[in-house]
Design a protein around this ligand. Structure first.
Ligand code: TRP
Length: 343
């Protein structure tokens, strides 16, 4: 059971979340996000989106984008998103996302977006040459969530600022258009410890698809050999494992491996560490490699099976898009009326 906050107002609980179809997903995406998405399906209705429109805020090769969209959809399903119970689709198939994003472009203030740290990081020194889409990326994200009047949004730490912006947009829209409770103020879903998966090469950096070393991450498509090798080669320090969790302080790599172990075993870091207290890393790494192989290779196998039948993935995405539209059409009708659009 994942702790969720009660939301105010009369909105029925609904989860919305999404990931960009850029490159292959890795262990951080699985433990930090996907795993929680799966659990939330038992708690409330869920809408899970492959955000292909967000992806084109930076240049994408069209063929690679299409392939990644199917790959991310396959990863969702392989990890346990049930496309019958939940709604699974790619963003560009449902026009409400773009329509509502335009309205939000006119609700959000320049000053709000200028404060977004992710834009500053992504644009870097190249601000003048960034796409306008990259600047208004958070408005599209707000539209994703609010087109469904979603109340709960599982996101990582790095997306919290965007979610706060979505709340500000919802609040300003409700106020400006005299519709006090029209949009809910979506809440982040706080996920438990062990979900911030760090690089296997540097325990102070997040595991990332953009790290140039493939040894820094475990990809969801890695086979058993690759998984074991990466864990055995993972950076550690010369000390044996500590007796208690407190002893992991200041030992980022050791802490990361214990957290990964705990998350994969669905237990606490304390319980994961206990059998290895004071032991050398080699035995611990062997056990972790076995655990990771046992948990992740079925997922990779299922992904490969799904990707062998792209037409089936497309059918699932289309069915999801149809059901997504059924939710957004009445919401957008009301938005149009509130804004004063005729027709
Ligand atoms: N911006 C999110 C990320 O990069 C992805 C995303 C797009 C998203 N729309 C969303 C996440 C709506 C949650 C809800 O991780």
């Amino acid at each position: 059971m994942i702790e969720t906050t009660e939301t105010s107002g009369a909105h029925s609980p609904l989860v919305f979340s999404g990931m960009q179809p850029t490159n292959t997903l890795h262990l951080g995406n699985y433990l930090g996000a996907l795993r929680n998405w799966i659990k939330l399906q038992d708690q409330m209705p869920c809408v899970y989106c492959v955000v292909d429109m967000h992806a084109i805020t930076v240049a994408q090769d069209p063929q690679a984008l299409a392939a990644s969209t199917r790959e991310v959809a396959a990863a969702y399903i392989a990890a346990g998103v049930d496309p019958k119970r939940s709604i699974l689709f790619n963003q560009s198939q449902v026009s409400a996302h773009a329509e509502l994003a335009w309205v939000f472009n006119c609700v959000a203030r320049m000053g709000w977006l200028n404060r977004m740290t992710q834009f500053k990081e992504k644009a870097g020194k190249n601000r003048e040459n960034s796409s306008v889409g990259l600047f208004v990326y958070p408005n599209l994200m707000a539209a994703d969530i609010l087109a469904y009047r979603a109340t709960h949004v599982p996101v990582g730490e790095d997306q919290k600022q965007h979610l706060e912006l979505a709340r500000d947009i919802a609040q300003k829209f409700n106020l400006d258009f005299g519709a006090p409770d029209f949009f809910p103020l979506p809440e982040p879903v706080i996920v438990g410890p062990g979900t911030r998966v760090m690089s296997l090469r540097d325990g102070t950096k997040k595991m990332s698809k953009s790290d140039e070393s493939d040894y820094s991450r475990i990809n969801l498509t890695d086979d058993a050999d690759a998984i074991s090798q990466k864990i055995r080669k993972a950076r550690t320090d010369p000390e044996p494992l500590p007796d208690s969790i407190e002893g992991l302080k200041g030992r980022a790599e050791a802490e990361n491996l214990v957290n990964i172990f705990a998350a994969l075993a669905d237990t606490t870091p304390e319980a994961a560490l206990a059998p290895f207290a004071g032991a050398q890393f080699s035995g611990f790494k062997n056990a972790l490699a076995d655990l990771a192989v046992a948990k992740l290779t079925p997922l990779a196998g299922e992904m490969r099976r799904l990707l062998n039948d792209p037409a089936e993935i497309d059918r699932i995405l289309k069915d999801g898009a149809d059901r997504a539209r059924a939710i957004t059409v009445p919401v957008m009708q009301e938005v149009r009326r509130l804004v004063g659009f005729v027709g």
